[in-house]
Design a protein around this ligand. Sequence first.
Ligand code: FAD
Ligand code: SF4
Length: 469
Amino acid sequence: MSQNIRMLEREPKIRKHDFEQISFGYSKEEMLIEARRCLQCKKPMCCVGCPVEVDIPKFIKFLSDDKPQEAIKILRENNSLPAVCGRVCPQETQCEKFCILYKQNASICIGNLERYAADSTSKIHNSFFNISSIKKNGLKIAVVGSGPAGLTCGGDLLRMGYDVTIYESLHDSGGVLRYGIPEFRLPKKILDIEINILKKSGMKINLNTFIGRTKTIRDLFNEGYKSIFIAVGAGLPIFPNIPGENLNHVYSASEFLVRINLMHAYDFPIYDTPVYKGKNVVVIGGGNTAMDSARTSIRLGAKTVKLIYRRTEDEMPSRKEEKKHAKEEGVEFIVLTSPVRFIGDVKRFVKAVECVKMESNGHSNFGVKNSLKKIDGSNHIIETDMVILALGLHPNPVLSSLTNNLNIDTRGYLIVDNNYMTSIPGIFAGGDIVGGSTVIEAIGMGKKAAKAIVEYIKKTNRYMQKTKF
Ligand code: FAD
Ligand code: SF4
C-alpha cells in the first residue's frame, strides 16, 4: 500500500516569525491521490472512530471523483464546522487510528481531506442548507455560548425549523476557537466563514451578553424561549498553588492567549493591546494550551522558550503534531520536572522558577497515568522573565451560582442526564461545561442535545395540549 500524502508545511525557521498558517493544504492533485487510496471498506472502521458519525468513505468517494461540492454536503450533514475540524481535531486518535490502513502506518489522511473539501467550497457554500426548504415552526430556542458546542446545537436546531438565538458574553463569537487556538493553527477568517454560513442560514448571535448577569436564565424563559442549551465552556484557569504565582509576568495561558488572539496584541501598532513579550519564557504544562502558548511566545520574539512538564513526553496530552511543530520551532521540552516556587526580584517581577525532578513509578495501566514522586535533593533553578501557566481549566461558577437548582458536581461541571438535560427541565448543556475537552466532543454533544431538545419540546407541547392550562 502506498504511503499517505502529508500536507506541505512552511519551513520552521520562517514560520516561527509570523502568525500565518503553517501547512499549505492539499493541492487538487495531492487530494486526488490521497482520496483514491481509500479502499471504500464495506465495514468502514474509520466511521467507528468518528464521534459525530460522518460517513467518511462517502465524502472521500466524492472527492476521489473530484466533486468537493458533493463531499462537503456529506460532511455538513453531521458536522457544521468541517474547516475547523479538518485543522484542529485529533484525527490521529480517532477516525485515522481506526482506519484499516493504520496497522501499515498508511491511514488515509481524513482530516486533510476534510479540510480540502471545506476550503475548496467555502466561496460557493453560502448557507448551511437550503433555507427555503426548511419549514419554520416559530419556536424559539436560546443557546448560551458560541463555541463549537453552541454553534453546532444551534445549527442543527435551525435545520429542524427552530428559531435560534445564541448569547455570547464576549465581543466576538467562536469561543476557544477564536480566543484560545492561535491564528497559525486556525485562522480567524476560516472560523468567520464557518460562522457566516450559520448566520446566513438564519442563526442570530447576540454578542456582549453575559447570561447570569446581563440577562438571567429566568429572563430567557420569560422572553418565550422554549428551551435553553448551555455551552459556556470551562474558562477558569487552574493555578499550581505554589509560592510566587502572583508575581508580575506570571500569566495564566488563558489570559495570555486571549490578549493575543481575541485582542490582537501581536498586531501592534494596528491594535494597541498591552502584552509583555518575554525574552526567556517558561511554560508549565503539556497540553495543546501549553504548546500554543510556547509557540506564540516564539512568534513574539522570545530568545528561549522552555516547556516544563512533570511527566514524560509520551504522556503529554497535546496532539503529536503540535509537539513536533513546537520542537521544530525551537521550544525546549524539560520533562519529569515540576515547579515548586516562582522567585521574584525586588520589584516583584518573576526572575526564576525553582523546580524539582520527578520520578515515575513505572506502573502504567491503560488510561491511567503513572504515579509520580519528587526526587529528593533535585531542586534546581531555571532563570526566566516570564512564566505562562497552562495547567488546565475549570468551569466558571458564575452562571451555575446565579441560577437556582442548576446542579453541579464537586468539580463545578454541570450535571446532565443521558440526554444532556440538566437538573432543570428544559435546560440542556454540553461541551466543556459538562466535562468535554475537545472540539469534536463539543460538536458531538451539541448534536445529541439538539435532538433531545426537539424531543423535549414535542413531549411538553403534547402535555400542555392535553392539560389545557
Ligand atoms: P468554548 O469553546 O469554551 O465556548 C464557550 C463560549 O461561551 C465562550 O465564547 C464564552 O465566552 C461563552 N460564555 C461563557 N460564559 C457565558 C455566559 N454566562 N453567557 C454567555 N456566554 C458565555 N480541542 C481540540 O479538539 N483540538 C485542539 O487543537 C485544541 N486546542 C486547544 C487550544 C487551547 C488554547 C484551548 C484553551 C483549548 C483547545 N482545545 C482543543 C479544546 C477545545 O477548544 C474545547 O474543548 C472546545 O472549544 C469546547 O467547546 P465549548 O463550546 O464547550 O466551549
Ligand atoms: Fe477508507 Fe480507511 Fe475508512 Fe477504509 S477505514 S473506508 S480505507 S478511510
